[in-house]
Design a protein around this ligand. Structure first.
Ligand code: MLT
Length: 326
């Protein structure tokens, strides 16, 4: 196990398998323990590189306890005939709820108020912020998570607009039924009072929010990133927050550099809320994810993985991998 998951799931795995815990290891550390492993369970915070995989000749299964695949070399796994599965179903709601936790904390300066109060200050007059009701929430990436964020926004009396990579009438109609208006990226960026990012990190979305995009944001708007650090050009965001005229603040759960010892470049800015990639850390959701990981590992062992997989757990791997070969 390269990452920690729900404790009950770890215990269940340990009852039926030879489990080795190597949580949040570097590439070197993973390489030093993976040689006889057949399956690897991981979350964000570790890199499942070709080098790591190649140190494990018997490796047949990678289980992503969550949704993001930006930290695994999918092409190499495919070449090696290693099946990748993921468990995204239970993380959408916690991430959507956390987006709102950040949004409200940011706009009403909850974290700053907490920090100042602990230092003996009473800055009531300085800690005002706008209402969210009546404002526009822009969603970049209206997938499972983004759609739920939109629904929460509508429940808060906000206008919810969003964009997707490949728009269609069917998507537009489905979103409209939930009160979310499908539009294009530029419109979302320029009209949002709160711009929320919910796209995976890949070569298309890397630094998609750069200096140009930030300069097109609405005056006095806020940015909330619970997607991946690499989706935002952090240097450009820092410059905008310090010298720019558009953004009033940002909430950042995901960072270009993550893990113990990483210092955020935004640490000194009072108008930024920072959290350590905890969007999906609702414990009841983690319990469900853990139970599903246990079930998938068991199904793999029994040669029944392919028929156990739910559609969203299946990672498209170009080459077909026959279960019999695993
Ligand atoms: C995910 O991709 O599911 C989330 O980033 C959760 C995580 O692994 O921390």
């Amino acid at each position: 196990m390269a990452s920690s998951i729900d404790h009950a799931a770890i215990e269940a795995l340990e009852r039926s398998h030879d489990v080795l815990r190597a949580f949040n290891g570097t590439e070197e550390q993973l390489c030093s323990v993976i040689d006889d492993r057949e399956a690897l369970i991981f979350r964000s915070g570790v890199q499942i590189s070709a080098t790591v995989m190649d140190r494990a000749p018997q490796l047949r299964l990678l289980v992503r306890a969550g949704s993001g695949l930006d930290n695994v070399d999918v092409e190499h796994a495919t070449r090696r005939g290693i099946r990748i599965v993921r468990v995204p179903g239970s993380s959408a709601q916690p991430v959507a709820e956390f987006t709102f936790a950040l949004l409200l904390s940011l706009v009403r300066q909850v974290s700053l108020g907490d920090r100042l109060l602990r230092q003996g200050h009473w800055p009531k007059a300085q800690l005002g912020g706008p209402l969210v009701t009546g404002k526009t929430l822009g969603i970049v990436g209206v997938g499972n998570i983004g759609r739920r964020v939109g629904e929460l926004a509508v429940a808060w009396g906000m206008r919810a607009i969003g964009c997707v990579a490949v728009p269609s009438d069917a998507i537009s109609t489905a979103l409209a039924a939930r009160g979310i208006e499908l539009t294009d990226f530029e419109t979302v960026v320029s009209q949002a009072d709160f711009l929320c990012l919910h796209v995976p990190l890949d070569h298309v979305t890397h630094h998609m929010v750069d200096a140009r995009v930030l300069s097109h944001m609405k005056q006095g708007s806020y940015l909330i990133n619970v997607a991946r650090g690499g989706v935002v050009d952090e240097k450009a965001l820092y410059a905008e927050l310090v010298e720019g005229s558009k953004l009033r603040g940002a909430a950042i759960d995901v960072h270009e550099s993550e893990g113990e010892g990483s210092i955020s470049p935004f640490g000194e800015l009072p108008n930024v809320v920072l959290t350590p990639h905890i969007g999906a850390m609702a414990l009841d959701a983690q319990r469900l994810i853990g139970a599903r990981v246990v079930a998938l590992v068991a199904a793999h062992q029994q040669g029944e993985l392919e028929k156990t997989l739910r559609p969203d757990e299946l990672v498209q791997q170009e080459m077909t991998i026959n279960e019999g070969e695993l």
